[in-house]
Design a protein around this ligand. Structure first.
Ligand code: XMP
Length: 325
């Protein structure tokens, strides 16, 4: 099949255009899949969520979604996947609690690219094990979008299956492959997915793993997750979530002296990062109002165990990358 977006294809910018796209995709998906069975790795990110919602409409129970919780997701994400897809949309959802497996493999590994490799390889292994348990799967659905094809060619576009063994040959189902991100979001809205799921900020595949700097420990990972949840909550209250492209917290593997309840506390700092960018190649720093920074600092130091300081990263890209690893 062609990997080029048809020149006649209109940009999907309105609910009516999204409805037309959905109708056309429902026919195309039913024609491709027939009465076959489809498998989808559902992370809960925008792209895989929209693919899931489309396929649930098109082929219902012929779809099986596998959600792998690798322990590096944001607070509330696995719960939201179960609530939206299993409880509300009645999907066949296999939830895999692989937290211990991933964290055991990552124990003691400090080098960022090594961490990424372990997370990627383990994800494929877990997904493959689940796929083998299911009988008669012929199709593999993926949330490939057009920038994946434009930027990296078919290799990255198919990165989720790149590591599956030769004896597991699936036919790919990629209904979003000619869509840009903003179009995927309009389609997601039209499919009735929750607004915060459809408009969420980009989240890297290795998740919180690259924000828990150096070798990941469970307590420091919890400090990343908890402080990230506080930051997101306060950004939403202040309306900053509407115009800041990406914002998150980082917890480095250092401790400094502080004082809590009149006692010396030797604990971690939390670093806040909030950037704006067009294409993630360069980025500028968002100017956060002082009262918002004060409130976030007060909440994180009071609520997150093991943390006694909060810092704000003022570095644009370049020279800093957006992530710290
Ligand atoms: P950097 O840190 O390189 O990040 O300025 C640019 C954008 O890419 C995201 N990012 C990743 N996304 N897997 C991903 O899927 C990764 O390993 C990864 N590393 C960085 C980052 O969040 C930012 O949006």
């Amino acid at each position: 099949m062609s990997e080029k977006r048809p020149e006649t294809m209109q940009r999907i910018t309105t609910p009516a255009l999204a409805e037309a796209f959905i109708e056309q995709q429902l026919s195309a998906l039913r024609a491709q899949i027939g009465d076959g069975k489809v498998l989808l790795a559902l992370s809960g990110g925008v792209d895989s969520s929209v693919v899931a919602a489309l396929l649930i409409r098109a082929v219902g129970s012929q779809l099986t979604c596998v959600h792998v919780n690798h322990g590096l997701l944001r607070q509330g994400e696995p719960e939201q996947v179960i609530e939206v897809f299993q409880n509300q949309m009645n999907a066949n959802l296999v939830y895999v609690d692989a937290v211990d497996r991933f964290l055991d493999k990552l124990a003691g590994v400090a080098e960022p690219e090594q961490k990424r490799k372990i997370i990627g390889a383990e994800f494929i292994r877990v997904f493959e094990e689940e796929a083998r348990k299911l009988e008669g799967i012929r199709f593999l659905a993926q949330g490939t979008i057009y920038p994946d094809i434009l930027e990296s060619g078919p290799v990255k576009a198919h990165h989720n299956v790149g590591g599956l063994p030769e004896d597991m040959q699936f036919e790919l189902v990629e209904p979003l492959k000619f869509l840009f991100k903003d179009e995927v979001r309009v389609v997601g809205d039209a499919l009735g997915l929750p607004h915060d799921m459809v408009y969420r900020q980009p989240f890297p595949g290795p998740g919180l793993g690259v924000r828990c700097i150096g070798a990941i420990t469970r307590d420091r990972l919890e400090a990343v997750r908890h402080s990230d949840a506080i930051l997101r909550e306060e950004f939403a209250l202040a309306g900053l979530n509407q115009h800041v492209w990406q914002y998150f917290t980082i917890v480095p593997d250092i401790k400094s002296t502080g004082v809590k309840n009149n006692v010396r506390a030797f604990e971690w700092p939390v670093i806040l990062r909030a950037v704006n960018t067009r294409d993630a190649m360069t980025a500028t720093i968002e100017e956060i109002p002082w009262p918002v920074l004060h409130k976030i600092t007060a909440r994180i130091t009071a609520e997150v165990p093991g943390v006694n300081r909060v810092l704000y990263d003022l570095t644009p890209k370049p020279t800093g990358t957006i992530e710290w690893e």
